[in-house]
Design a protein around this ligand. Structure first.
Ligand code: FES
Ligand SMILES: [Fe+2]
Length: 368
C-alpha cells in the first residue's frame, strides 16, 4: 500500500480537527507547575510559561513571587534587574516593584505614580513543586488542583527533575496516555516486548482519562527488578494505570509483585511494591514544554542509593520520550497541512478523548 484513498485521508483530517494540537491556544484557567521549589531562590529566575514571560523569586520569608517579566516604563525585562529587599529594581532606569507588582519608587522624581505596575500571578507551593494560576484570578481555586498526597507523604520516598521538551505539551499528554510505546521507544530502558501486546482497558470520563494495563507474567527491566528483587524471568506482575488528572498533571501508578505467590499466603500477605510518577507538562510556547517530574516509591524508604539508581535509570527513559517527541514535532512542522493526516488505533481512545476535552476547554474559555 500505498497511500490511503482521499476519502480516508479527509476523514482522518476531520477527526484531527476535533482534537487539540500545537495550534490550539493555551487553556489559561488551570493550575500548571511553574518550577521545582528548589529552583526558586533569592535571585531572579526568568521563565516563559503559556507564552508569557515571567520572573520568579523567593522573598526573605520564603514566599514565592511570580511577576510579569516586563517593566511598564520602557519594557526592559525585570529579570535583567536586581533583587533588593524583596523588591525588583529595573536595570534600565531604576523603577522599583514590590511583590504585588506595584511600582513603589521612581528614582528620577519624588513621587511614584499610583496604580502603575505589572501583573502578579498566584502561586501555590506544595511538596517539591510550585504551581501557578495564569488565567482569571477570580477562578483560581485550590480545589481545582488534583489530590497528590503521595507527593508529600512520609510513606513515600521521592526524587524530582526537569526536562526541556521541544514539542507541544499536548503530544506529551498523548504520549503518557498510551504506554504501548514502552516496547519500542523505551526498548532499551524500561520497556519489554510483551508490554505492547498486553490487554488494556480504557477509562474515559468527564475530564479524566486513563489507560490500564496488566502485564502478567513479565520480566522486569533492571530499574524495577533490582530495587524490588523481582529479578526472575517471567516472575513479575506489572499493573499499570496511566491517568490524565488535569492539564498540568498526568500520573502513572504501577504495582509490582511476584505473580507466582498467592495474594494471601498461609503466613503473610504477598509483598507488593508501588511506584508513582507525576508527569507535569507546562507549555512554554506552542512547540516547547517544561517537563517536570516527581517520582515516588513506597518501598526501600530512606535508601539514598536506590533513589539515585532509580532516578538515573528513569531519566534515561524520560529523555527517550523527549527526544522522540522532538522528532515527531519536526515531522509535523515540515509536513504541508494538505498532506498531513494521522489515523488512530484502539489504544489511542483515551488520548483522543483527552485531546477533544482540551480543545473543548479552550473553546469554552475563549467563548466565556
Ligand atoms: S524600563 Fe524599567 S525603569 Fe525604564
Ligand atoms: Fe515514554
Amino acid at each position: 500500500m500505498t497511500r490511503p484513498l482521499p476519502a480516508v485521508i479527509t476523514a482522518a483530517q476531520n477527526a484531527s480537527q476535533r482534537m487539540a494540537d500545537r495550534h490550539t491556544p493555551f487553556v489559561m484557567n488551570d493550575w500548571y507547575v511553574a518550577a521545582l521549589g528548589e529552583e526558586i531562590k533569592d535571585q531572579l529566575l526568568a521563565r516563559t510559561l503559556l507564552g508569557r514571560r515571567l520572573v520568579f523569586y523567593r522573598t526573605s520569608t520564603g514566599q514565592v513571587v511570580a511577576l510579569e517579566d516586563r517593566c511598564p516604563h520602557r519594557s526592559m525585562p525585570l529579570s535583567a534587574g536586581t533583587l533588593t529587599q524583596d523588591t525588583i529594581v529595573c536595570g534600565y532606569h531604576g523603577l522599583r516593584f514590590n511583590t504585588e507588582g506595584d511600582c513603589i519608587e521612581v528614582p528620577s522624581q519624588a513621587n511614584c505614580p499610583k496604580n502603575v505596575g505589572i501583573k502578579a500571578y498566584r502561586t501555590h507551593e506544595r511538596g517539591a513543586v510550585v504551581w501557578i494560576w495564569m488565567g482569571e484570578a477570580e477562578e483560581a481555586d485550590l480545589s481545582k488542583l488534583p489530590p497528590q498526597e503521595w507527593m508529600e507523604s512520609p510513606e513515600w520516598e521521592r526524587s524530582q527533575g526537569y526536562l526541556s521538551l521541544q514539542a507541544s505539551y499536548v503530544r506529551l499528554h498523548e504520549n503518557l496516555l498510551d504506554l504501548t510505546h514502552l516496547s519500542f521507544l523505551h526498548a532499551k530502558s524500561f520497556g519489554t516486548p510483551d508490554y505492547a501486546k498486553a490487554a488494556f482497558e480504557s477509562v474515559i470520563g468527564d475530564g479524566q482519562f486513563a489507560l490500564l494495563r496488566n502485564v502478567v507474567p513479565t520480566t522486569l527491566p533492571p530499574v524495577w527488578a533490582i530495587p524490588t528483587g523481582l529479578t526472575g524471568q517471567g516472575q513479575a506482575a506489572r499493573i499499570v494505570r496511566s491517568e490524565f488528572r488535569s492539564l498540568g498533571l498526568h500520573e502513572v501508578s504501577v504495582t509490582f509483585y511476584d505473580c507466582h505467590l498467592p495474594e494471601n499466603g498461609p503466613e503473610n500477605k504477598r509483598p507488593e511494591f508501588r511506584i508513582r510518577t507525576a508527569h507535569m507538562p507546562t507549555p512554554e510556547t506552542a512547540t516547547s514544554t517544561h517537563y517536570f517530574i516527581v517520582h515516588g516509591r513506597d518501598f526501600a524508604l530512606n535508601d539514598a542509593a536506590t533513589t539515585r539508581f532509580m532516578h538515573d535509570q528513569l531519566f534515561v527513559a524520560f529523555q527517550e520520550d523527549v527526544d522522540g517527541l522532538a522528532l515527531q514535532e519536526l515531522a509535523l512542522a515540515s509536513t504541508p497541512p494538505e498532506d498531513l493526516y494521522e489515523f488512530s488505533v484502539a489504544a489511542d481512545a483515551p488520548s483522543v478523548a483527552m485531546r477533544r476535552y482540551v480543545l473543548t476547554r479552550q473553546r469554552q474559555e475563549t467563548q466565556g
